[in-house]
Design a binder for this molecule. Structure first.
Ligand code: SF4
Length: 205
């Protein structure tokens, strides 16, 4: 059985990555190479913190069941890129439901993965938090090293299917400007995105 390969796990989070109290489960591995990577441990082999089979992760997470139930909270999968581990997340969700838990499932993602990975999880995800970087393909490529066509296709798919989505639009020092951020927001609104979180990356040298 495949395990969860993680860079970290953070309990008792409030208001940062989903409704209620959440536990953040951060995966190792990411298809992007952002110039100011927020979680560099996700990119390097020696960044692996722990490996859990889904049952082990469930046993670890369930200690906060009372908090989750009291606040309609749950588990947020981030990283790295959690959508590279869809099967493990599905397995974890099944264990939760088999044990009678209705914890919320949130995904924090770049969405730069094949559409099939999004489709595999959309039936069990309560909320998607999408780090869009910038909608301009050239800025996106300069910052991440990758193309953003798949990101836009996946986001449109989620919007068309009425998923609950927050899109995070950062001002990235030396890569985009306030005008670029405005431009990204205008495109996102046209696509039908309602919840947009605008912020600035703080770069520490
Ligand atoms: S998407 Fe996140 S983990 Fe991946 S390279 Fe960018 S900042 Fe790092």
């Amino acid at each position: 059985m495949k395990s969860f390969v993680l860079i970290g796990l953070s309990r008792h989070r409030i208001g940062v990555d989903g409704a209620g109290v959440t536990t953040l489960v951060a995966f190792h591995g990411c298809p992007l190479r952002c110039k100011y990577c927020l979680n560099p441990k996700a990119l390097y082999l020696n960044g692996v913190w722990k490996r859990f089979i889904p049952e082990e992760l469930y046993n670890h997470v369930k200690q906060d069941d009372l908090y989750f139930r009291a606040t309609s909270g749950g588990v947020t999968f981030g990283g790295g890129e959690p959508l590279l581990s869809c099967k493990e997340i599905l397995h974890f969700h099944k264990i939760c439901r088999d044990n009678g838990h209705q914890w919320k499932i949130n995904i924090e993602t770049s969405l730069n993965v094949p559409l099939i990975f999004v489709e595999m999880l959309e039936g069990i995800v309560d909320h998607w938090i999408v780090d869009i970087k910038d909608m301009n393909p050239e800025i996106y490529k300069a910052y991440t090293g990758a193309d953003n066509r798949q990101v836009i296709e996946n986001l449109q798919h989620l919007i068309d299917n009425k998923a609950s989505v927050t899109v995070r639009v950062p001002l990235i020092p030396s890569f985009n400007t306030e005008a670029d951020v405005e431009h990204s927001i205008a495109i996102l609104k046209k696509m039908g995105v309602r919840d947009i979180d605008r912020f600035t990356y703080i770069i520490r040298n």
